[in-house]
Design a protein. Structure first.
Length: 391
């Protein structure tokens, strides 16, 4: 539900440093009204030396490691590409750092035309090889439909997890030890754990209950595949933007000037199913608008005022023309079925089997793996601690 666009007139508690409010899951505020997520960002900045000389030195050491390990091999790192700002700019930087990346694209058959063209432009100009894995459209639509029928918020979670496992698979295939990810906790924040949980067991259990087709081309990351990749393949996940100063606005200008790259309208909107989830499904069914992640990050970075961010957050999200029609057609849903599901009582990820308790029990191991960059630090922070409802 949208509130008064004037942040001074709302009747709920809002962080004094960003625009996260008391409706955000697992949130708490200190005596000055600053939320725990703002404190988490500051902790990570200090830990990684983000934007400081210490951070650049840490990243330079990783770059030297990559070059050394990649000697006499065709590639020294892997970068997942989507056509969005972060991955596109990371390819640009990797070449600038004299790395030899292999670009990997997970095609869930819901790409926007702009995203596909962006990938082609940048990789062609920079002479970067591309490995693409295409999931059968009928299979991915069946997985997607199973999540829609399940009534959970993580509608496109299978894309994120499939992408992550694909990167690990390709790295193992080519003997590459380093995966570079284009995530920035400074520019994007770290999404609070609430209605945004997914793992291999969660995806498999929902698909078994509501799906029809077999998973044949979808790269499902089970617990043991995840652990094998981390412990035995020793593939490291490096997020360069966690160490350096990074601005999406500046990155977009460079990409536009150098590669004729085109902006697609907003964070995560380069893929049509993600676009549907963020602009229609989550706001309308769950009263959940994830724009507050990026807007809060921009406030923390001084790029936007709290009042301006709050006003934008409390305006309806832009919806692509005919996106709902396209969604119904892809999933073979009639108008009545669609409306019934959208109006049905929302379900929570806690109502389905997951690996969450196992991750919590193994927290000491995952802390070691996260410190060694063998699993993402964001995974450790979000998935290896009890959620507020468990306490």
């Amino acid at each position: 539900m949208l509130l008064d666009p004037n942040i001074e007139n709302v009747g709920i508690k809002v962080c004094t440093k960003c625009i996260y409010d008391e409706r955000v899951s697992s949130i708490n505020f200190d005596g000055d009204g600053v939320c725990n997520y703002c404190h988490q960002i500051e902790m990570l900045k200090n830990q990684y030396g983000t934007g400081t000389n210490r951070g650049y030195i840490k990243l330079e050491n990783y770059i030297k490691e990559m070059r050394k390990h990649g000697r006499n091999k065709p590639y020294d790192c892997i970068i997942g590409v989507s056509g969005g700002t972060d991955s596109s700019y990371l390819i640009h930087l990797a070449k600038k750092w004299r790395l030899r990346p292999l670009a990997v694209h997970y095609d869930n058959t819901w790409n926007s035309a702009i995203a596909t063209t962006n990938i082609q432009k940048i990789l062609s100009i920079l002479d970067v090889d591309l490995h693409t894995h295409v999931v059968k459209n009928t299979e991915i639509d069946d997985i997607l439909c199973s999540f829609f029928l399940a009534g959970v918020a993580e509608l496109d979670a299978h894309t994120d997890l499939g992408y992550a496992f694909l990167l690990r698979q390709v790295a193992a295939k080519y003997g590459i030890r380093y995966i570079l990810e284009g995530h920035s906790f400074v520019a994007e924040g770290i999404t609070p754990l609430g209605r945004n949980y997914f793992d291999g067991r969660y995806i498999k259990s929902i698909h078994q209950q509501f799906g029809v087709l077999k998973m044949e081309t979808y790269p499902l990351m089970t617990f043991w595949r995840f652990l094998k990749s981390a412990l035995f393949n020793q593939i490291k996940f490096i997020r360069p933007f966690w160490y350096i100063k990074y601005s999406k606005k500046n990155a977009q200008k460079i990409l536009s000037d150098k590669y004729n790259w085109k902006y697609y309208g907003g964070h995560h909107l380069e893929n049509r199913i993600t676009n549907f989830a963020h602009s229609i499904y989550l706001p309308q069914k769950f009263n959940c608008d994830m724009r507050n992640n990026t807007l809060s990050a921009r406030v923390r970075n001084g790029e936007l005022s709290r009042t301006g961010a709050w006003a934008e957050y409390n305006t309806p999200p832009l919806i692509e023309d005919d996106l709902i029609t396209y969604f119904k057609k892809r999933l073979n849903l009639c108008d009545k079925q669609y409306e019934e599901i959208m109006k049905a009582l929302p379900k929570n990820w806690t109502e389905y089997p997951t690996y969450k308790k196992r991750f919590e029990r193994m927290r000491p191991l995952f802390h070691i793996l996260a410190k060694a960059n063998l699993v993402p630090m964001s995974f450790y922070l979000k998935y290896c601690f009890p959620s507020k409802s468990d306490l």
